[in-house]
Ligand binder design. Structure first.
Ligand SMILES: Cc1cc2nc3c(=O)[nH]c(=O)nc-3n(C[C@H](O)[C@H](O)[C@H](O)COP(=O)(O)OP(=O)(O)OC[C@H]3O[C@@H](n4cnc5c(N)ncnc54)[C@H](O)[C@@H]3O)c2cc1C
Length: 271
């Protein structure tokens, strides 16, 4: 393991439950911090004695880290259970970023499916902090059910900060009065200016494929669409090859990839 690949120790300073299986952890360095990060990048989070997994940074830039984790297996279960004071290992930041500032003077549009809102949150917060730089900020969110919606408590603040936020759920439950259906159904009502929109998309791969296709049908050029692609990652530094997708090593050439580059690769399934 090279020096660059040694994890830095970070302490959990807060732990907030987003949904029944998803938590947001705030982390502060115990000794040396990792380098500065940009929205869209990820870290390798190490649950000592359990294992290491790639997790996107969901918070704004700064010394501390905010990461939102869904419990799906041994490592993410351990990380989700980490209480205040618990120490985890962090390597990174790794990968490409969303390039939010490329939307300056234009419209920034984020389209999220489920926990895909986590990697997009940093981009959104950066844009809201410089609201005057963008003509419009549009947020389209799809969740399986109202209970699965992450960052639900922040939507009002995003709206108050100048974003148009539209939410849909696949399945309504008692008390839900909002839109029901898949996230692509929000693209029409959002009334995007296709030539002026930079669209950042993150969610399950099928959702990203269908969203990119719908955006193309609405006239958004492929070069104005960016996706965050996930494959199993181990080293994070383009050495092990686990995250190969066609000619790309996604820990280095992704996770954020232009649709121009991603489209021909998206039919390739993970082994
Ligand atoms: C660049 C990148 C950023 C990510 N960001 C986040 C994030 O912000 N929050 C978050 O909760 N998760 C994120 N993930 C997914 C996360 O890394 C996996 O859920 C994790 O590796 C699962 O490890 P585990 O040991 O808990 O479960 P495992 O036992 O390894 O897997 C449990 C189940 O999850 C599936 N799985 C494993 N890895 C992935 C994956 N990459 N994508 C989809 N399914 C997977 C397995 O096939 C299995 O069915 C990201 C992945 C990548 C590549």
């Amino acid at each position: 393991m090279t020096m660059q690949a040694l994890p830095a120790r970070y302490r959990v300073t807060s732990r907030d439950a987003e949904t029944h299986d998803t938590v947001t952890l705030a982390l502060e360095p115990v000794d040396r911090p990792i380098g500065p990060h940009l929205p869209g990048q990820f870290t390798m989070l190490y649950a000592f004695g359990v294992g290491e997994v790639p997790i996107s940074i969901s918070g704004p830039a700064g010394l501390g880290l905010v990461q939102t984790i869904r419990s799906v297996g041994a490592v993410t279960r351990s990380l989700c259970g980490a209480d205040r004071g618990h120490v985890v290992g962090v390597r990174g930041p790794y990968g490409t970023d969303w390039g939010v500032a490329d939307a300056a003077g234009r419209d920034l549009v984020v389209v999220a499916g489920g926990i895909g809102l986590a990697p997009l949150r940093g981009a959104l917060l950066a844009a809201l902090a410089a609201r005057e730089m963008y003509r419009r900020i549009v947020v389209l969110i799809g969740a399986r059910s109202p209970e699965e919606l992450v960052f639900a408590g922040e939507l009002a603040a995003w709206r108050a900060g100048g974003a148009d936020v539209l939410v849909t759920v696949d399945r309504a439950t008692a008390g839900w009065t909002g839109h029901v259906g898949v996230v692509t159904q929000l693209i029409g009502p959002a009334q995007l200016d296709p030539a002026a929109a930079l669209v950042l998309v993150c969610g399950p791969e099928v959702m990203m494929r269908l969203t990119a296709r719908a955006l193309r049908e609405h006239g958004v050029p492929p070069g104005n669409i960016r996706l965050s692609l996930e494959r199993n990652m181990r080293c994070g530094v383009a050495e092990c090859g686990h995250c190969q997708l066609g000619p790309l090593l996604l820990c280095r050439d992704g996770p954020v990839v232009s649709y121009t580059r991603a489209a021909p690769l998206l039919s390739v399934r993970e082994l």
